[in-house]
Design a protein around this ligand. Structure first.
Ligand SMILES: Nc1ncnc2c1ncn2[C@@H]1O[C@H](COP(=O)(O)OP(=O)(O)OP(=O)(O)O)[C@@H](O)[C@H]1O
Ligand SMILES: [Mg+2]
Length: 329
C-alpha cells in the first residue's frame, strides 16, 4: 500500500468519502464513482481495491473512452487467434487478467450501447467469452468499480445509457464534490503536493529545503474556483515548485496567472459595533487597506494595482495623494 495515494482532506465531504471507501472495501459490491474531472475518482477506486481482501490480486484499470468497440470487446474479453486480422495468437482479456482482483472501468458513460449489452451480460453471469470463440466460456471472479464525470442518469433519460446497466453498476454510489465546494481541503492538499514533489526531487538526487507557502498565496489558492479540481491544484503546485528558484517560500507570483487574478474574498459580514461607527472613516479605512494590498501584490506597480481595483490609474494616484501615500512608491 506504500505508493497508494491517500485521500487527503479534512472537509466533511472528504470524511464521508473515507467512510464510504471503508464500507466499499469490506464488500464485493459494485461501486459507481462520479464527479468532475480531476476530483480524485481514480484515487478512490485504488483505495477501495487496496483496502479490500483483493489487495494482493491485480487492479486492472481501463479507460472506456475513445476505444473503438471491436478493440474494447477484444481487450475486455480477450480473443482467439484468427478472430480478426491482427489476432495472431490467443490473448487473455483484461477481465481474465483481473481475476481474483478488481477492474476499474473509467469513463463508463462513453461506452457504446453495444458494449453496454456485452458488459451487462458479463455482470449477470460472471462469464466471459473471448472474441471469435464459438463455445468456450470462462468464469472469472472480478470486482467491478466504474467511474464517470458525466451525469449518467441524464444519459439514461436520453436513452444513451442502459437503465438496467446503470442500476447494476450503481450499487454503492460515491459522489466526489468539486474542490470549490470543499475549499477547506486546499491547505492540506497543497502541503501534500509540496511533500510529494520534494520527495521526488530528493529521490532524483536534488535535495531542497522544505518550502512553505506565503499566506497571501494561500488566500489566492482558496479564492480560485478550480475548474480542473485537485489535478489542476497539483499542477499549479508542481509548477510553483519548479519556478520558485530556491527561495524558501512560494509567493503569489509563483502561481499561474489565473490564480493570481482570483480575488480573495473580503469578510462576508461586517458587524456593527454596539456604539455605532463613523461610516465615512470606516469606508476610508477599508479603502486604504485594499489600496495597500493591491500595491503590495503588484510590487508597487500602480497601473496593475489600479486594474485590480477596477480604477483608472489617475484615480488611484489621486486617492494615494489623498491618503498621504504619494511617497509609498
Ligand atoms: N483527496 C486527494 N488527496 C490526494 N491527492 C488527490 C486527491 N484527489 C485527487 N488527487 C490527485 O489529483 C490528481 C487527479 O486525481 P484522479 O486522477 O483520481 O482524478 P479523476 O477524478 O480520476 O480525474 P478524471 O476525471 O480526469 O479522470 C491525481 O494526481 C491524484 O493523485
Ligand atoms: Mg480518472
Amino acid at each position: 500500500m506504500n505508493n497508494v495515494t491517500p485521500m487527503v482532506g479534512i472537509s466533511a465531504a472528504c470524511r464521508a468519502i473515507e467512510a464510504e471507501i471503508v464500507c466499499a472495501a469490506n464488500t464485493d459490491a459494485k461501486v459507481l464513482i462520479t464527479g468532475e474531472s480531476g476530483v480524485g475518482k481514480e484515487v478512490v477506486a485504488k483505495l477501495i481495491h487496496h483496502r479490500s481482501r483483493r489487495a494482493r490480486s491485480p487492479l486492472v484499470t481501463i479507460n472506456c473512452a475513445g476505444i473503438p468497440d471491436t478493440l474494447l470487446a477484444s481487450e475486455l474479453f480477450g480473443h482467439v487467434r484468427g478472430s480478426f486480422t491482427d489476432a495472431y495468437r490467443d490473448k487473455e482479456g483484461w477481465l481474465e487478467q483481473a481475476n481474483g482482483g478488481t477492474i476499474f472501468m473509467d469513463e463508463i458513460g462513453e461506452m457504446s450501447t453495444q458494449m453496454q449489452s456485452l458488459l451487462l451480460r458479463f455482470l449477470e453471469n460472471g462469464e466471459i467469452q473471448r472474441v471469435g470463440s464459438e463455445r468456450r466460456t470462462t468464469s472469472v471472479d472480478v470486482r467491478v468499480i466504474t467511474a464517470t464525470n458525466r451525469r449518467l442518469l441524464e444519459r439514461v433519460a436520453t436513452g444513451e445509457f442502459r437503465e438496467d446497466l446503470f442500476y447494476r453498476l450503481n450499487v454503492i454510489p460515491v459522489e466526489l464534490p468539486p474542490l470549490r465546494e470543499r475549499k477547506e481541503d486546499i491547505p492540506l492538499l497543497v502541503q501534500h503536493f509540496l511533500d510529494k514533489f520534494r520527495a521526488a526531487d530528493t529521490s532524483a538526487g536534488q535535495s531542497r529545503p522544505a518550502l512553505t507557502v506565503a499566506q497571501d498565496a494561500i488566500r489566492h489558492l482558496m479564492a480560485y474556483s478550480w475548474p480542473g479540481n485537485v489535478r489542476q491544484l497539483e499542477n499549479a503546485i508542481e509548477r510553483a515548485v519548479a519556478i520558485n528558484a530556491g527561495r524558501p517560500q512560494i509567493d503569489v507570483a509563483d502561481l499561474p496567472v489565473e490564480i493570481q487574478q482570483a480575488e480573495p474574498a473580503l469578510p462576508s459580514t461586517v458587524s456593527l459595533p454596539e456604539g455605532g461607527l463613523d461610516l465615512d472613516a470606516f469606508i476610508a479605512h477599508i479603502e486604504r487597506e485594499l489600496i495597500e494590498r493591491s500595491l503590495e501584490r503588484t510590487g508597487g506597480n500602480k497601473g496593475r494595482a489600479a486594474k485590480l481595483l477596477n480604477l483608472k490609474r489617475t484615480t488611484l494616484v489621486e486617492k494615494l495623494k489623498r491618503l498621504g501615500k504619494q511617497s509609498i512608491m
